[in-house]
Write a protein that binds this ligand. Sequence first.
Ligand code: AMP
Length: 279
Amino acid sequence: MKIFHDIKSIRAELKKHQNIAPNIGLVPTMGAIHDGHLSLVKQIKQQCSTTVATIFVNQKQFNNPEDYQNYPNTLAVDIEKLKNSGVDILFNPSADEIYNPNFATTVGVNKLTDQLCGKTRPGHFDGVALIITKLFNIIKPATAIFGEKDFQQLQIIKKLTSDLNFDTKIISGKIIREDDGLAMSSRNLRLSKKAREIAPQIYQTLLKIRKQISHSNLEAILLSASQELSKAGFGVIDYLQICDEENLQPINFFNNQIKSRIFIAIYLDKIRLIDNLKI
Ligand code: AMP
């Protein structure tokens, strides 16, 4: 696996690949690599001739400075994991390489960003849209993969790609979970032992809601689920909602004709965890 830290050299390297094997696949990450990330690598390797992963903790998408400061950094182990998974090229730029001191451009996607995480994390998706635009311009991938774990992000990136005519196919990977059901996340590393023990209740709650959904009042189901989570020791619930998969608008009455998902963002140990489940 070749590792690049600057734009000029990765572009030169990718030019060589583009001439021989133009099907470049991209897996963007913020590091603290886990099996969720590696499942995306595996999936993209099946479709692409060259696999590029990126590790860049993008400050512009952190609306909470403490969350940015505490974001896990396990670079040496990450490199080993990506190498062993067959990544061909790793792009790991510094913050200065991506955002020069005079950087002045913003990128934003409307509507889809009004819902769910967009409500409680102002500016977050603008930061995501910006870094993905830059990575697509630097790497020019034929295909890029994003996890359903961040389902709203996936939909926003699909919209961004289509609206800005990027010549990149967006594919998605299923949520990879720990054996106890907790969705894998780099932020799980920051949970205390006690918090880690109760964290799987997030997924249990989503499963329970899905079971009840067709024969009960949605509002009552969601209220009772929230109360159970609070009792179990969770903190603030940013949202626990059922939304249309396409436009992310909340659904108040269950309709099996609409493709929908249950979405949750919840604090535990001051760590914000998200998850979702297809209905
Ligand atoms: P992150 O490093 O958290 O920015 O995530 C990088 C990519 O991995 C994003 O496309 C995420 O949606 C995806 N991802 C994170 N956790 C999981 C998971 N548990 N299962 C599948 N994909 C994931």
